[in-house]
Design a protein around this ligand. Structure first.
Ligand code: SF4
Ligand code: SF4
Length: 55
C-alpha cells in the first residue's frame, strides 16, 4: 500500500526532494503522495521531521 501524508505535515518540502520517483507534490495545506507512483521505499518517512508520511 502506498504511503500517505497525514495532517501533521508542515509543508517543509523535504520529502518531495528525497522521493526517487517524484511522487510527492505540494497540495492544499500539506504535501500529497501520488499513490499510483509511490514504490513504498520509505524515504519520505525517513526524511520527514514530524513523521507525517505513513503506510
Ligand atoms: Fe516516494 Fe518512497 Fe515516499 Fe513513496 S515511500 S512517496 S516512493 S519517498
Ligand atoms: Fe510534510 Fe514531512 Fe514532507 Fe515536510 S517532509 S512536506 S512535513 S510530509
Amino acid at each position: 500500500m502506498a504511503y500517505q501524508i497525514s495532517d501533521d505535515c508542515i509543508s517543509c518540502g523535504a520529502c518531495a526532494a528525497e522521493c526517487p520517483v517524484s511522487a510527492i507534490s505540494e497540495g492544499d495545506g500539506k504535501f500529497v503522495i501520488d499513490a499510483d507512483a509511490c514504490i513504498e521505499c520509505g524515504a519520505c518517512a525517513g526524511t520527514c521531521p514530524v513523521g507525517a508520511p505513513q503506510n
